[in-house]
Design a protein around this ligand. Structure first.
Ligand code: NAD
Length: 480
């Protein structure tokens, strides 16, 4: 007998309790070897003054069970409440967000009958680190952080996913023509790993044209791997193009834990009416079964669900007179799936699940020789009509302890020593000091900062300029 696995379950807010109940009934009717520990997170917890929405007792259960099936949670507007979803993903190290977006024509109307794509989104890094600052009257900054292990993890996971599910192509999407270091790293690692999977085609697309293709010809896409922000936007486009957000599930996978949820939110407009489609959460629960190595149970439930769609038993969001037989509510839809647990779909491809993707341990990368060769000093400066030449000459006149002022940029564009008068300048200036062909010391940087400060200029931050094995660890100015 298969040993039972304990799962944490959060019923969620809005339509959460209805669709979670429907999903649980189907999981139980299919005799899945699971035991459930219910936890309370979300709205009720926020109301008790826990700003994270997750009380300690819930953390204990999640950390013990390591797998969470979660109904949608309402994030209250304003008031310093944190999104439960983001907190769970980041705290548990759930680095991969896997979202399947496929159409189910002719049973569910869609303009893209052949669409069957999976978006694998990096879930922890990029602009979602949420490290932001206001640095001057006019200028705000958000840090985009991309790490080598984080990138390698997600790209390997995408290839392993494609291999495990018999997919044929992995497309990487970045904007590395502009973000040469962060997105450039993502693309470079993708190119380095792709040859390890010779049976899979691999390609790279710039995210803007890639997103346009997802909207126009999603049937040409298979597995897409991308950074956090692009993946967030792209997966909503794809879910919408597929036909209904009510049909999409999402898996958040980490090395030691995983969370499964519907793509949609708590739909307060239809909560408590027994009309919500429970399919998104059910698909997520099927992803959970595959993750747990319970592929045969996943197949059985998925096939019953496909039969229900084929038989035209549809909830209001997907009901169309031409293709549907019966409009049902949440409870009746779950009953219909349960009745079909041993049926085989007639025309939709029967689901089979071989194994879950493997999470590979990362090989350690040899350390590179890191040398400090300069510093970017950021100033808040709003004088002399913001004429860059005035600032440049003032800085040139300051003793700079062996460092040379190489350039000044404003919003990334070189404005000194040679800029164009048309360039708009904000009050936020980057002044690059560098030495040619040699290393500098930290005390030299400190002396430079002191001299700039003593000249009455306001330093707001610095960024060190390093080389790694002689290769620049920073980008050039635009126009340099
Ligand atoms: P939503 O996804 O809840 O609703 C958008 C529209 O889709 C609504 O008209 C709704 O009735 C419909 N809809 C959603 N799910 C459906 C289903 N299963 N069956 C039928 N129709 C369905 O998005 P929203 O209104 O922007 O967000 C509501 C709340 O959900 C917000 O507080 C938001 O923060 C939260 N949210 C939570 C999650 C999550 O927990 N993962 C995700 C997104 C939004």
């Amino acid at each position: 007998m298969t040993e039972k696995q304990r799962i944490a379950v959060a019923y969620g807010d809005g339509i959460g309790p209805e669709i979670t109940e429907a999903t649980m009934r189907i999981l139980k009717a299919a005799d899945t070897p699971l035991e459930f520990d219910r936890i309370e997170i979300g709205e009720a917890v926020y109301r008790k003054g826990v700003s994270s929405g997750i009380p300690r007792e819930a953390w204990d259960v999640i950390r013990r069970n390591r797998v969470l099936l979660k109904g949608p949670i309402t994030t209250p507007q304003g008031g310093g409440y944190k999104s439960v979803n983001v907190t769970l993903r980041k705290t548990l190290g759930l680095f991969a967000n896997v979202r399947q977006c496929r159409s189910y024509t002719p049973y569910v109307a869609s303009n893209h009958p052949g669409m069957n794509m999976v978006i694998i989104r990096e879930n922890e890094e990029d602009l979602y680190a949420g490290i932001e600052y206001r640095q001057s009257q006019e200028t705000y900054q958000g840090l985009k952080l991309v790490s080598r292990p984080g990138t390698e993890n997600i790209i390997r996971y995408a290839f392993e996913y494609a291999r495990a599910y018999g997919r044929h192509k992995v497309t990487c999407m970045t904007k590395d023509n502009i973000m040469k270091m962060t997105d450039g790293l993502f693309h470079k690692i993708f190119d380095a790993i792709a040859p390890e999977y010779p049976e899979l085609r691999s390609e790279h697309q710039i995210i803007d044209i890639g997103a346009a293709r997802v909207a126009a010809t999603p049937e040409d896409m298979d597995v897409v791997v991308t950074l956090n922000l692009y993946g967030d936007i792209l997966s909503d486009i794809a879910a919408q193009v597929a036909g209904s957000v009510g049909l999409a599930g999402s898996a958040n996978i980490g090395e030691d834990a995983a969370m499964f949820e519907a793509v949609h939110g708590s739909a307060p407009d239809i909560a408590g009416k027994d009309v919500a489609n429970p399919s998104g959460l059910l698909i997520a629960a099927i992803q959970m079964l595959v993750h747990l190595g319970l592929g045969s149970y996943a197949e059985r439930i998925r096939n019953a669900w496909l039969c229900t769609l084929e038989d035209g038993i549809h909830t209001a969001d997907i009901y169309r007179k031409e293709v549907s037989e019966r409009k049902v509510g949440t409870t009746a839809f779950a009953d219909a799936v349960i009745e079909r647990l041993d049926h085989t779909p007639q025309s939709t491809k029967r689901a089979t699940y071989q194994r879950a993707p493997v999470i590979l341990k990362l090989a350690s990368v040899p350390r590179q020789r890191k040398e400090l060769i300069g510093v970017d000093v950021f100033l808040d400066w709003d004088e002399a009509n913001r004429d860059p030449n005035v600032l440049g000459q003032q800085l040139e006149a300051i003793g700079s302890g062996g460092l040379q002022l190489d350039m000044i940029t404003n919003r990334g564009v070189v404005v000194y020593p040679e800029g164009l008068p048309e360039t708009f300048c904000s009050d936020h200036w980057r002044c690059r000091y560098i030495v040619d062909g040699g290393a500098i010391t930290f005390p030299q940087v400190l002396r430079l900062l002191e001299q700039i400060h003593n000249a009455g200029l306001e330093v707001i931050k610095t960024e060190h300029l390093y080389t790694f094995d002689g290769e620049l660890g920073f980008t050039l100015g635009q126009g340099e």
